[in-house]
Design a protein around this ligand. Sequence first.
Ligand code: ATP
Ligand code: MG
Length: 286
Amino acid sequence: MSAIIAITNQKGGVGKTTTAVNLSSYLAGFGYKVLLIDFDPQGNATSGLGVEEIEEGKDLFDMFFGRVTLQQIVRPTVVPLLSVAPSSRDLVGVEIELGKTPGRELILKSQIQLLHEEYDFILIDCPPSSGLLSLNAMGAAGQVMIPMQAEYYALEGLSALLETISFVQETFNPELSILGVFVTMYDGRTNLSKQVLDEVTEHFGELTFKTLIPRTVRLSECPSHGLPISMYEPEGVGAKGYESLAKEVVVRVLGDHASESHASESHASESGSLGSSLSGRQVANR
Ligand code: ATP
Ligand code: MG
């Protein structure tokens, strides 16, 4: 069974896509087979992993209309073991075009059911809205991860997000839970960052990940090179942040079974391009 995680926050620009790209890269670096579903119409997760020139008619928009299956659009990325289901600018219009089609919130779920056995982790990068794409992501996911930007009004819109999660739980996905909340663009030199961390911890308690993702220009540069931070600057603080978050995710998802992880030694050695990567077994033992 794969772990299906939606990275969501209705607030824009908080680090959802940066997290989707870099967390999935580290999970793959640990030796897990990972699929990233790019639900953000800007397609930054797709291009940020070196996937360009999407063939006409072979993206997530077409999947919504049954013209292709999810399996048919999956593409390899620059990271071994990491594949991406590419976005499309047309995704913006999916809600209007689908109208009131019954079961429209569960289209992604039904497509994931056809391929989930091929992956250990499936991550979904959500757009900054609570519209049909985010509902599809939450309808398919077992868990959500919520990035919170260490900026003024970080918690703004949070109650709307939590209401959306409750709505999904009560209507079409009672299994959905929150895997965790984490602070992005953290700058330890500012009081503001510390205040946001305190507020998040107060609100979410144990659900708050210990990892703080630092603010670093390197994380904002690497998408323009089509590389995740694990390949762009593997020894930098941004890389260390996402590596640490990925380790926490493995432990939270696999729990006591982490030491018997799906990640085989052969997978881990294939992904040698990520210098600091670890096998799932090593991760769990850290
Ligand atoms: P949207 O809601 O528009 O989809 P998002 O939540 O996906 O946005 P990102 O695109 O990941 O957010 O990040 C917003 C901007 O902040 C981008 O320019 C990104 O490069 C930058 N950024 C993200 N994380 C960091 C970080 N830790 N340090 C510095 N810059 C960052
Ligand atoms: Mg985004």
